[in-house]
Design a protein around this ligand. Structure first.
Ligand SMILES: Nc1ncnc2c1ncn2[C@@H]1O[C@H](COP(=O)(O)OP(=O)(O)OP(=O)(O)O)[C@@H](O)[C@H]1O
Length: 336
């Protein structure tokens, strides 16, 4: 039987791992809870559950920052535990395909490879795939034969804007805007307009519920602390106010897409005009972003069916279909 293989998409907020053994994608929060500075207390979704609620001797953090590995030791621990859970005691060596952002330094890219090596997961082969290429495959685009495909992945801390052509990346830009900035903007607006302090999870829930609330003509009910009285209160926040608070970040994304388009060679630009923009990543689902991107660029926007998992689905294709193996490369080929 062939080796087992895993496809890893390490997001700042969520880690997604495709496991060939059961042909499934695991999604867990990329978070770790450490007790008394050195003992693993919880990881993944269980660590997230405790976030903003834990006592001071339990430190909960995201080991990734802006799409790159900021805390290698904790990231290795997480990979080791997640893979261990998926292997269920079967410790045969496995192949690993890991998605990496393009617009980062070679040292930062190499860290993704070192991470799998250091996680002690019995890796037989470690291959790297540019995240946007995996995204394209996960979105069912024939990336190897298409010329001029624009993929915009809106994640938690970052948005990656990339132009693909013939299986490679022509241009890519990683900007520091994503779901976290949207949540922060909502918190700031609620504080300003209602003198109310709300938590990050509350802001995220408002963001996720926006579309439905707007359709139902309802506001968002939130609980928080009144700045003036210091007491906990409930308030109804109008969706229009929340939408307006997100505009600035939408504009940053649109402006950066335009910059990439301005730098695109004309022949590819013609193809992009025909295909439109492919919009994916968890935070791309935020209310009105797709329409604003379409009006802001004058291009058709194709919305991903599975925005959270498109990269992992692309890695799954590479693992399952030898036709796509050529888009993955070994890190040894990279300069150190
Ligand atoms: N239905 C939804 N509407 C709006 N935002 C959503 C929705 N579902 C998830 N999100 C947001 O998607 C973000 C997580 O997306 P994703 O998993 O793609 O990011 P990531 O890969 O962890 O981050 P990064 O790409 O920055 O490393 C979070 O900010 C979350 O709030």
């Amino acid at each position: 039987m062939a080796n087992n293989a895993f496809g890893i998409d390490l997001g700042t907020n969520n880690i997604k791992i495709y496991n060939r053994n059961d042909d499934n994608i695991m999604i867990e929060k990329n978070m770790i809870a450490i007790e008394n500075k050195n003992t693993l207390f919880a990881y993944g979704n269980s660590a997230f559950e405790m976030y903003e609620k834990a006592p001071s001797n339990i430190h909960i953090s995201y080991p990734l920052s802006n799409g790159v590995i900021a805390d290698i030791k904790n990231m290795e621990t997480l990979v080791k535990y997640f893979i261990g859970d998926l292997q269920k005691g079967n410790t045969k060596p496995s192949d690993f395909f890991i998605a990496v952002p393009t617009d980062v330094t070679e040292v930062e890219k190499r860290a993704f490879y070192d991470l799998v090596k250091g996680a002690n997961v019995k890796a037989k082969k470690i291959m790297v795939v540019e995240k946007a290429v995996a995204d394209g495959l996960g979105l069912d685009i024939d990336v190897k034969n298409s010329q001029g495909v624009l993929v915009v992945n809106v994640g938690y801390e970052t948005t990656e804007i990339s132009i693909l052509s013939l299986g490679g990346i022509v241009l890519s830009r990683l900007i520091k805007v994503g779901g976290m900035k949207f949540d922060d903007a909502i918190r700031a607006a609620v504080r300003r307009e209602f003198s109310l302090i709300i938590g990050g999870k509350t802001a995220e829930n408002v963001k996720i519920a926006l579309k439905e609330l707007e359709e139902e003509g309802k506001g968002a009910i939130v609980y928080g602390r009144d700045i003036v009285t210091g007491l906990p209160v409930e308030r109804e926040i109008p969706t229009k106010m929340v939408d307006e608070s997100l505009e600035e970040h939408f504009n940053t994304i649109i402006d950066n897409v335009k910059v990439i388009l301005e730098r695109t060679p004309p022949e590819l630009a013609a193809d992009i005009y025909r295909h439109g923009i492919y919009l994916t990543g968890g935070a791309s689902q935020v209310n009105h972003l797709a329409e604003r991107l379409a009006t802001g660029t004058g291009l058709h926007v194709n919305v991903a069916e599975n925005p959270l998992t498109s990269v992992a689905m692309g890695l799954a294709k590479i693992i399952k279909d030898d036709n796509y193996k050529s888009v993955a490369y070994a890190i040894e080929g990279m300069s150190k």
